[in-house]
Design a protein around this ligand. Structure first.
Ligand SMILES: [Zn+2]
Length: 269
């Protein structure tokens, strides 16, 4: 699933593609269930004629401020975005398309159809339920430690809770816990402040590493490569029984709800 580093790279790609200042002249949504705001018709007619004023991100959500209202996008499990030139043939799995006044198209591509779209009068309608972004400078080491220390749930679940801190998903939570040597099943409140401080650093290490990796490995047309949990940006192999890269013990898998955590029983405590 696209997490903070992937979505941030999509944001930067949209800025590089100079969509800001362009007007949406046509919109189509092939999969109406993606539209989470108001009515479907109102979405399509509402975005037509609007000028894009920026590209913002909060957690895993993109919001494009328009001259009136906000266009929200969430990539779901497999969503990605392409800005296509008039000569570019359409991709497979285009679920929504916004034609710009320079004839280019912003395409929302999503094989699994779990992406979401909003047209909102206020950004809080899109991201109001989220905690602060994981990379927000206001989330200092001290704020992180205090916030997490209050929680009795397993640390993995606390990291995944977007209402606590937004942007960390399954993969980077596992990475950070591995780097900080913390067992994902440990109850947050029982972890020492020093180790939560290590975890804070590890979250930033893994997010920044992924941000750079994605930026340095674009697709041939310049857009960011969609996440692949098995590529070499990861320190922790996501395969049960494979050897821990640090201590060689066999990695284990633990399910939190429908999410699989991978961890090392030897060096994560
Ligand atoms: Zn280990």
């Amino acid at each position: 699933m696209p997490e903070l580093p992937e979505v941030e790279n999509i944001r930067r790609y949209l800025l590089r593609s100079r969509i800001v200042g362009r007007r949406i002249v046509k919109a189509s949504v092939e999969w109406p269930r993606m539209v989470k705001s108001a009515d479907f018709e109102g979405f399509v007619t509402g975005v037509i004629g609007r000028r894009i004023a920026g590209v913002d991100r909060h957690g895993k959500y993109l919001s494009l401020p328009l001259d009136t209202g906000w266009l929200g996008l969430h990539m779901g499990m497999t969503g990605s975005v392409r800005v296509a030139a008039p000569v570019d043939p359409p991709e497979r799995f285009i679920r929504a398309e916004f034609r710009l006044d320079d004839d280019r198209r912003i395409e929302l591509i999503d094989p699994r159809k779990w992406a979401s779209l909003w047209l909102a009068g206020d950004p809080s309608e899109i991201t109001g339920g989220l905690g602060p972004d994981a990379t927000d400078p206001a989330v200092t080491r001290a704020v992180f430690t205090r916030t997490v220390k209050r929680r009795t749930a397993p640390i993995k679940q606390v990291l995944l809770d977007q209402a606590t801190i937004a942007g960390i998903g399954n993969i980077y939570a596992d990475e950070a816990l591995f780097i900080a040597r913390i067992d994902p099943r440990r109850r947050a409140a029982t972890i020492s402040e020093a180790r939560l401080g290590d975890l804070y650093e590890a979250i930033h290490t893994s997010l920044n590493h992924a941000l750079r990796h994605i930026e340095e490995h674009p697709m041939s047309d310049g857009r960011p490569y969609v996440v692949d949990a098995y590529d070499d940006r990861m320190r922790l192999p996501r395969r049960e029984g494979s050897p821990c890269p640090r201590c060689s013990k066999q990695l284990r898998r633990h399910a939190f709800g429908n999410r699989s955590s991978y961890y090392c029983p030897g060096c994560q405590r």
